[in-house]
Design a protein around this ligand. Structure first.
Ligand code: GTP
Ligand code: MG
Length: 389
């Protein structure tokens, strides 16, 4: 049964019809005191920075709030326009650890106060949001200028274009809009001699899972361990008779890796829904007799935490906790679930391997981390506590 009580620290965090708030993420913009120093994880590593840019009202802040702060999509109607760069530190797990900078729509790169060297210099990915329900010509021209400028400063930036608010578009219209934006944006780059700049396009909406899926792909590109994780997942599923497996960051529901088979939206949604169910059931029936360690982290997270859901279609969803931030969610046929012992054994090996990936990272940065821990014991960044279930 489900036994992941450790992440449900305080009852008042849970609100009916909403997700647990403040769950490892800073809740309020005012809590966030990010600066360049905070861009460094406690390991001494520089955290990747994701910039969210786009025209006013295109939905930038909504995306950030929905994906990382569990805001319900309807609440975003009341978001105020952003008037300064809002820096948000996302360090809930050692795999998903980065800062997000939400920009005001009206920002002007040609303004002398805009320090493009500094802003684009340390940037891993630039997400450019285009409102697909609006006329996007101005957005395309802004996209072109932004990408060109950013690429001049830092050629390693990954450019991700979110064709956003597609919930208001019919399926045909979606495809047509994507094709049109894709073509125009690439033509603009060709015309200015920048055809070497690669843009990735995603159709997104905060009203369905598409925004989580798109963000998963953005984040995955910034995870250096991705090939190792994918490889491990692949070995795991082929040896266990599993059709699809996702390694989820439980809090944000973005998947940080999956096996090599293509992702279909329905499977992803099923797995997201399963995480919701597990969290909800755990909130209601979980054992709250947990202990909180000195560093404020919960310590009762149990390696035997798991959940199984059998669907009418003869499919089984199987969830296992990998560590307190990560869960493995598998989709398999019911017949293959007969061999649950084998799956569980393989899962132990898989989890062990994941822990080794953590450990290598941990050992590599150990001296730095010890120094930093003595300065600030409240953020272990997940390195210590994860390894010792
Ligand atoms: N239909 C729909 N509306 C959305 C979506 N995402 C955001 N919105 C709405 O778009 C409006 C603007 O959202 P914001 O997140 O404030 O936009 P912004 O880009 O941060 O705006 P500035 O801070 O002014 O630059 C809000 O009313 C949101 O509810 C979406 O996926 N679909
Ligand atoms: Mg905003």
């Amino acid at each position: 049964m489900i036994n992941n009580e450790d992440r449900y620290e305080e009852d008042e965090r849970f609100m009916i019809g909403s997700f647990p708030k403040g769950f490892g993420y800073p809740d309020d913009e005012n809590d966030i005191q990010s600066n360049d120093v905070n861009d460094r994880a406690l390991t001494g590593e520089v955290k990747p920075r994701i910039l969210i840019m786009g025209l006013r009202r295109s939905g930038k802040s909504s995306i950030q709030k929905v994906v990382f702060h569990k805001m319900s999509p309807n609440e975003t109607l009341f978001l105020e326009s952003t008037n300064k760069i809002v820096k948000d530190d996302i360090s809930n797990s050692s795999f998903v650890s980065f800062t997000i900078w939400d920009f005001p729509g009206q920002i002007d790169f040609f303004d002398s106060t805009f320090d493009s060297e500094n802003i684009f210099g340390g940037c891993g990915a630039l997400v450019f949001v285009i409102d697909a329900q609006d006329d996007y010509m101005e957005a395309l021209s802004k996209l072109h200028h932004t990408v060109k400028k950013a690429h001049q400063v830092n050629a390693d930036i990954k450019f991700e274009v979110f064709i956003h608010k597609v919930d208001g578009l019919s399926d045909d219209h979606k495809i047509e809009t994507q094709r049109d934006i894709h073509q125009r944006a690439n033509e603009d780059l060709m015309d200015s001699g920048d055809e070497n700049i690669l843009l990735s396009f995603y159709l997104t909406s905060i009203y369905d899972h598409s925004i989580f899926e798109a963000f998963s792909k953005v984040v995955q590109k910034l995870i250096p361990q991705l090939p190792t994780l994918e490889n491990l997942l692949n070995i795991f599923i082929t040896n266990s008779g599993i059709e699809k497996a996702f390694l989820f960051d439980v809090v944000s529901k973005i998947y940080i890796a999956t096996d090599y088979s293509p992702v279909d939206m329905q499977s992803y949604e099923l797995c997201c829904d399963m995480i919701d169910v597990v969290i909800d059931i755990s909130c209601i029936y979980g054992d709250f007799n947990y202990s909180v360690k000195e560093d404020g982290e919960n310590s009762t997270f149990d390696g035997s935490s798991s959940s199984t859901i059998k669907l009418n279609s003869g499919t089984v969803l199987y969830l296992r906790e990998v560590n307190k931030f990560l869960a493995l969610v598998c989709i398999l046929r019911e017949d293959n679930f007969d061999k649950q012992g084998l799956i569980d054994y393989n899962f132990q090996c898989f989890r062990q391997a994941i822990q080794e990936v953590f450990e290598i990272k941990f050992n590599k940065h150990k001296p730095q981390q010890i120094i930093n821990n003595s300065l600030d014991s409240t953020h272990s960044n997940g390195y210590n506590s994860d390894q010792n279930h």
